[in-house]
Write a protein that binds this ligand. Structure first.
Ligand code: ADP
Ligand code: ASP
Ligand code: MG
Length: 445
């Protein structure tokens, strides 16, 4: 059972988690938890402040978040009884002050310090949840994920080393479960072989949960969040978005790549490989069934499942007439992106030109300057990618015409269809995105 940040935002949220975990003790759950909502963002902001030299402001900015943890622990743990969490929090406060000071002085590699700092979100939330569950009679036991999930050294986006992780997880968790205890661990945080703290990338708690589920052969992976499953559209854009009862792994992966952040893309992989069903449920509505993600969803043709979108997209176009009739152009273009470790989302090509979209533009200047050796380069930002997903697109007739005639007044900058048989993706100016999505949602659902 994985609980996201909004599911552990405050006292009331912790109450809901206690209820949900308590109602499924017979299934022998392992609990994976994210940082309390907003804590990861605040730790990252504190790191940035310290890096810029404003150490005092960085340290002070975390106090309100420590207070939120204290409010929860003092609500559940009655006065007079030993409060292990408070001692833990004091320690974290000192450690964080020390790490922020190192960041301001750059006395250790910054990427390493950043992960060490940001890991306190999950270190604290998981210890707190274990104490809270214990205070309500659940036999919870905290595990430090940094000792169970072993990764490479790619700070900020570390890859788990599956064999070593499986070995550790299998050594620790099954005996704990058999002893009637409920393991509680932080998502997102891990450790490299040298024991230094790493993290799995934003939204990575889902990934932790999937890795653990796969390692111990769970019968189900439950992702507990603040919406009732994966919906036909982001409910913040369309008030009438509906829960999708069943999704295939492929559909779920496409949706999450293109911005439906309710499921982390990588969650899908360990679960698919082990045939573990994933259920997305709502802590605010625990009795609702939510969405089941299964290997195959077996839907009828022409059935669209959902519309995902991602903002802040840059389009980059490279044109090289001198490459006409010669080979190697695409490969040369892709090598540039590989060199700067930049992910491409959507691509559309002709023989001598290529248009692609990026959401990470950290290295854009260097990328453009290298690409200019191949041809003319144009970049334009302020776009949104909109992605329509459904197994039904595989054998559909007239679907593209229905979609594009619905939005015929909008200029579409780039279209990609057919690479994955379950999605149709296009790019529009960001200011039109919400309207386009609402129109399509109305028409398709
Ligand atoms: P958590 O903190 O539980 O990990 P996230 O914020 O990562 O939760 O994901 C849940 C959010 O994803 C929802 O609040 C919702 O606004 C957003 N979201 C975007 N697209 C969708 C979608 N298609 N269905 C459901 N939620 C979506
Ligand atoms: N706390 C981390 C984040 O905000 C991981 C997660 O919530 O899944 O990205
Ligand atoms: Mg999430």
């Amino acid at each position: 059972m994985k609980f996201g940040g909004t599911s552990v935002g405050d006292v009331a949220a912790f109450e809901r988690v206690v209820h949900v975990v308590g109602s499924q003790l017979d299934k022998m759950p392992v609990v994976v938890v994210s940082a309390m909502t907003k804590v990861t963002d605040s730790l990252l902001a504190a790191f940035d402040l310290a890096k810029k030299g404003d150490l005092a402001a960085a340290v002070a900015s975390l106090e309100p978040h420590f207070d939120r943890h204290v409010a929860v622990s003092s609500h559940f743990i009655s006065e007079g009884s030993p409060n292990l969490f408070d001692a833990e929090l004091q320690f974290a406060r000192q450690e964080l002050a020390d790490l922020l000071m190192r960041a301001s002085r750059r006395s250790l590699p910054l990427s390493m310090l950043k992960d060490a700092i940001v890991s306190y979100g999950e270190q604290l939330s998981s210890r707190l949840l274990a104490e809270v569950l214990r205070s309500r009679g659940v036999n919870a036991r905290h595990f430090d994920s940094r000792r169970l999930i072993v990764t490479d050294d790619e700070y900020g986006a570390a890859q788990p080393i599956v064999e070593e992780t499986n070995e550790l997880v299998r050594l620790e968790l099954p005996p704990t479960l058999e002893a009637g205890e409920v393991p509680v661990m932080g998502g997102f945080i891990a450790g490299n072989r040298a024991g230094e703290t790493t993290t799995l990338g934003r939204g990575g708690s889902d990934y932790t949960a999937a890795i653990v589920a796969a390692a111990i052969g769970s019968s189900e992976l439950q992702i507990w969040t603040d919406v009732t499953g994966v919906m036909t559209c982001d409910p913040r854009i369309c008030g009438d978005a509906r829960t999708i009862p069943v999704l295939s792994y492929e559909e779920a992966a496409e949706l999450s790549y293109f911005g439906a952040k309710v499921l982390h893309p990588k969650t899908i992989k360990p679960a698919v490989d082990h045939g573990i069903p994933v259920r997305v449920c709502n802590t605010f509505e625990p009795e609702a069934v939510g969405t089941m993600v299964l290997a195959e969803s077996g839907e009828a043709p022409n059935k669209i499942k959902s519309i995902a979108h991602k903002k802040g997209i840059t389009i980059l176009r490279v044109t090289s007439a001198r490459m006409l009739g010669s080979y190697g152009f695409m490969s040369a273009v892709f090598q540039v992106f590989e060199r700067y470790r930049t992910v491409i989302d959507v691509i559309s090509t002709s023989e001598v030109s290529i248009a692609l979209t990026l959401d990470n533009t950290a290295e854009i200047d260097k990328i453009v300057s290298d690409l200019e050796r191949l041809g003319d380069v144009e970049t334009e930002n302020g776009f949104s990618v909109i992605c329509i997903v459904g197994e039904g697109l595989r054998a559909s007739t007239g679907m593209a015409s229905k979609i594009f005639s619905t939005i015929k007044d909008i200029n579409v900058s780039l279209i990609s269809h057919g690479a994955s048989s379950v999605n149709l993706t296009f790019v529009v100016k960001e200011e039109f995105a919400a309207d386009v999505i609402r129109c399509l949602h109305w028409e398709l659902f």
